[in-house]
Design a protein around this ligand. Structure first.
Ligand code: CTP
Ligand code: MG
Length: 235
């Protein structure tokens, strides 16, 4: 089957608090989003990339990121929505012209530039043999459930994983899950949760602690350090 990437990059970066949306902040002299797109551009298994950006940044993204860096696999640039889930939905609709129900779609945050080519390959393989695949790492810290400032529960750490992206699914499976969530008014913080609520079996692809989502200012410092330390092994 074919494999497509869907990259949501239509957020406002409120927690970063920078003057531009965080996907355009510079990392090693290139926008964060360009690092992310480069990994998918260079992966031979990826046929096409659908990029989701804020409506008023489509032209900027096309000219200053996609064309400027020669990302020839970008086949669609579409406007995002209010929440990430709405942005992914817009991307899924745009992929209708390109993807068949059995093709795999890898949904990956535009602000996770350290995804490795190996994890893309493993995700595609895992997603094409089940309902979906989720890159995740084991929780390092003990996680508490808290209500009104008081601990309610301490889930057994050995069962806890931190969800990253890509989250990968057959195109038909993820479209049905998003459609159903929209109709039910269900809001999930990731794509896997929408497939889980439909009874889908989502397999874990053991991930990489470097695959951070650049969210707050200290993540940028970490990202520069990762880039300096691992530049040789990442594209
Ligand atoms: N995203 C999106 N559309 C939205 C919200 C988020 O496409 N309406 C994207 C972001 O651009 C990012 C990814 O989803 O690549 C993960 O979201 P997050 O880290 O929360 O980014 P922001 O929403 O931009 O940041 P914040 O929540 O701090 O405002
Ligand atoms: Mg957000």
């Amino acid at each position: 089957c074919k494999a497509f990437a869907l990259i949501p990059a239509a957020g406002m970066g409120k927690r970063m608090g920078a003057s531009v949306n965080k996907q355009y902040l510079q990392l090693g002299g290139l926008p964060i989003l360009a690092h992310t797109l480069a990994v998918f551009q260079q992966c031979p298994r990826i046929t096409g990339i659908c990029l989701v950006t804020p409506a008023d940044e489509i032209a900027y993204c096309r000219d200053q990121v996609v064309s400027a860096c020669g990302f020839t696999k970008v086949i669609e640039i579409v406007p995002g929505g209010r929440e990430r889930q709405n942005s992914v939905m817009n991307g899924l609709k745009a992929l209708k012209r390109h993807a068949a129900a059995d093709d795999v779609v890898l949904i990956h945050d535009g602000v996770r530039p350290f995804i490795s080519p190996d994890l893309l390959r493993e995700s595609i393989a895992a997603a094409s043999s089940g309902d979906g695949a989720l890159v995740a790492v084991r929780a390092k810290d003990t996680i508490k459930t808290v209500r009104d400032g008081v601990v309610q529960d301490t889930p057994d750490r050995s069962t806890l994983w931190q969800a990253q992206t890509p989250q990968s699914f057959r195109y038909g499976v993820i479209c049905e899950a998003h459609q159903s969530a929209e109709e039910a008014g269900f809001a999930g913080t990731d794509d896997s949760s929408l497939v889980e609520r439909r009874g889908g079996r989502v397999r874990i692809v053991p991930g990489d602690y470097r695959n951070i989502k650049i969210t707050t200012p200290e993540d940028l410092i970490l990202a520069e350090a990762f880039l300096a330390a691992f530049r040789q092994v990442l594209p």
